[in-house]
Design a binder for this molecule. Structure first.
Ligand SMILES: CC(=O)SCCNC(=O)CCNC(=O)[C@H](O)C(C)(C)COP(=O)(O)OP(=O)(O)OC[C@H]1O[C@@H](n2cnc3c(N)ncnc32)[C@H](O)[C@@H]1OP(=O)(O)O
Ligand SMILES: O=C([O-])CC(=O)C(=O)O
Length: 398
């Protein structure tokens, strides 16, 4: 039985004709996309055909955003225009500033991002314009404004004033400037830009799929992105980069890794930053991000993160054969850059917004409402008891 309109089934075992169920949609190809491809066999990730490890370190985040939205890398004139429009859109609308500053300091930074995106949507003066051009403009606004939101939130939690964007700086350097109040050394900017490029897109991951589901109802782009932020927050997805750093904090020193790991695995708990739904022989993005992390560790490693990183990776491989995903190297890298741990997943969101919005536009260009089926396993068909219960409330006299 695959038709939900006839829920006459009893227990699943009683079904004459069991539908094949794909829990978590594992292995299911839901739609086609031209934006990126993840190949588990060769452990590769292509953005519009380009291997991500060739883009990371050689192309700016602005160029990669252009590629994901438009399908080709920009030429000089297009890049100039892209840079100019990104710089011109960085200022946060007053309503967003005021909303963020009014939230409790204890609000999770991903909830701050989710709320801010929603407020941007609620103040969208072009809300009635549902054209692809208007959606591209909304995507450009979100890319330019999320750094200001993330920076404002980290700073307010540390009792610091907001820092204005600097139009003379590129996306990555300006982002760091707005968080830390100064432009950090070049190797830090480079490592940060690599992380932004690597996080930008990853086919039908949970948050992108969420955005596509919302878009498929012909809802608006801000609703799709707001929902995607919620999906990214969870520790099985983007939230893992924060959890990695929490684990290092708990472990403390490299010589304690084995005991910690034995205990976690004995309790059947997940080690965050390891494993992947699609990759089986390692996450394509880890080598590039590990190289960026190594660059940061070479500058300074006062907490012995490099040794803990290596010991945990080795311990997991020996015990489970499970390999790191991108969140494993980005956690310690963001820590070494000076971000506080709750800011890590918002950094992921600031990058992934480019992928989400590319997918929303693609979904709308060839839309089909996303609405799968389910197998009913609740009680068999039965009748509502007569004479029991209170029934509807009588209408009140006016
Ligand atoms: C950028 C990203 O969003 S990447 C993902 C970030 N998320 C994480 O790092 C969270 C930790 N990892 C995980 O939870 C998983 O590996 C997932 C959710 C990412 C993918 O997992 P799935 O494909 O759904 O596989 P599932 O969770 O069913 O795991 C299969 C088996 O491997 C084990 N396993 C998978 N990942 C881990 C892990 N990180 N630590 C310990 N065991 C693990 C599971 O316990 C399970 O074992 P079992 O078969 O004995 O029950
Ligand atoms: O693809 C996934 O399932 C998760 C992931 O790595 C990402 O979104 O970057």
């Amino acid at each position: 039985m695959t038709d939900e309109s006839t829920p006459t089934a009893g227990t699943a075992a009683a079904l004459p004709d069991r539908p094949e169920i794909h829990r978590g949609l594992a292995g299911v190809v839901v739609d086609a996309t031209e934006i990126s491809s993840v190949d588990p066999a060769s452990s590769s990730l292509l953005y519009r055909g380009y291997p991500v490890q060739e883009l990371a370190g050689t192309r700016s985040f602005e160029e990669v955003a252009y590629l994901l939205w438009h399908g080709e890398l920009p030429d000089d004139a297009e890049l100039e225009q892209m840079r100019a429009q990104e710089r011109a859109r960085r200022e946060l609308p007053d309503a967003v500033m005021e909303t963020v500053l009014a939230l409790p300091l204890t609000t999770h930074p991903m909830d701050v991002v989710r709320t801010a995106v929603s407020v941007i949507g609620a103040h969208d003066p072009t809300a009635e314009d549902r054209s692809p051009e208007a959606d591209l403009s909304r995507a450009q606004d979100l890319m330019a404004q999320l750094p200001g939101i993330v920076a404002l939130d980290q700073r307010r939690r540390h009792g610091l004033e907001a820092v204005d964007p600097r139009p003379d700086l590129g996306y990555a350097e300006n982002f760091l400037h707005m968080v830390f109040g100064q432009a950090p050394p070049e190797p830090v900017v480079q490592a940060f830009e690599v992380s932004m490029v690597l996080y930008a897109e990853h086919s039908f991951n949970a948050s992108t799929f969420t955005a596509r589901v919302v878009a498929s109802t012909l809802s608006d782009l801000h609703s799709a992105v707001t929902a995607a932020v919620g999906a990214l927050k969870g520790p099985l997805h983007g939230g893992a980069n924060e959890a990695v750093m929490a684990a290092f904090g708990e472990i403390g020193t490299a010589d304690r890794v084995d005991a910690w790991l034995d205990d976690v695995l004995a309790r059947k708990q997940k080690v965050m930053g390891f494993g992947h739904r699609v990759y089986r022989t390692g996450d394509s993005r880890v080598p590039a991000m590990k190289a960026a992390l190594d660059g940061l560790l070479a500058i300074d490693d006062p907490e012995g993160l490099g040794a803990m990183y290596a010991a945990l990776e080795r311990g997991m491989a020996e015990r489970t054969g499970i390999l790191p995903n991108l969140d494993y190297p980005t956690g310690p890298a963001y820590h070494l850059m000076g971000f506080d741990t709750p800011t890590f997943t918002p950094l992921f969101a600031a990058s992934r917004v480019v992928g989400w919005t590319a997918h929303v536009r693609e979904q709308l260009a060839h839309n089909a409402l996303i609405r799968p089926l389910s197998e009913y396993t609740g009680p068999e068909r039965r009748h509502v008891p007569q004479g029991a219960g209170r029934g509807p409330e009588p209408a009140r006299p006016r």
